[in-house]
Design a protein around this ligand. Structure first.
Ligand code: IMP
Length: 193
């Protein structure tokens, strides 16, 4: 990993370049297209963090599929609680359909675990997870991740849809935030995932 000079001073280094992201997303799109060929696939993007990944992944999927969105908000005052509030629910029923839930990053796994549990109650034919990033070192719950972009170390990352206090989502690469830039949130404010 190379130390580079980045615009925003809070960023330490690029962890995953734009080119590497594109390559890996293409590979995932091919794998998913093969696996779901001939099925009724609905991709569910979890907002906000996965919106850029999901948009690129959709364009790398070559079979017919549909997309739906679920918005969730975590309570930053309860880190690691897995408590999420659904701020935007799905538009379509997923009963009897093959669902691929698309996440930006799986950290402790509590959020995904909650979402999988919620979606399962709606009786999909199948339910699988695709996560761009996997921070395995911090996992608290064992989760099956059918499609995974990259395993990353225990660092806080931003860019390619992921934020720190709503900033940096527009970076076309994934960068590590300087540890000193991360403030705890004692107010218990909510943050969009
Ligand atoms: P988990 O419930 O601990 O797995 O947390 C998952 C959610 O936390 C992700 O969907 C992100 O919104 C957020 N998150 C975890 N780690 C990071 C990070 O390094 N950067 C940005 N968001 C993160």
């Amino acid at each position: 990993m190379k130390e580079v000079s980045l615009g925003p001073p809070d960023l330490r280094k690029v962890l995953i370049t734009q080119n590497r992201l594109q390559e890996r997303v293409s590979e995932l799109g091919c794998e998913i297209s093969q696996a779901f060929d001939g099925t009724d696939l609905v991709v569910i993007a979890i907002l906000k963090g996965s919106f850029i990944f999901a948009a690129d992944l959709l364009r790398a999927i070559t079979i017919p599929c549909s997309i739906d969105f679920m918005g969730i908000s975590s309570y930053a005052g309860q880190p690691g609680s897995g408590v999420v509030r659904i701020t935007k629910d799905l538009d379509e029923s997923i009963a009897g359909r093959n669902v691929l839930m698309v996440e930006d990053i799986i950290d402790t796994g509590l959020t995904s675990n909650y979402l999988l549990h919620t979606l399962k109650q709606r009786n999909p034919a199948s339910l699988q997870t695709c996560a761009l990033l996997d921070k395995t070192a911090r996992r608290l719950i064992d989760l099956p991740i059918a499609y995974r972009g990259f395993e990353i170390p225990d660092v806080f990352v931003v860019g390619y849809g992921m934020d720190y206090q709503q900033a940096y989502r527009n970076l076309p690469y994934i960068a590590i935030l300087r540890p000193g830039s991360i403030d705890p949130d004692p107010e218990g404010n909510q943050s969009d995932e």
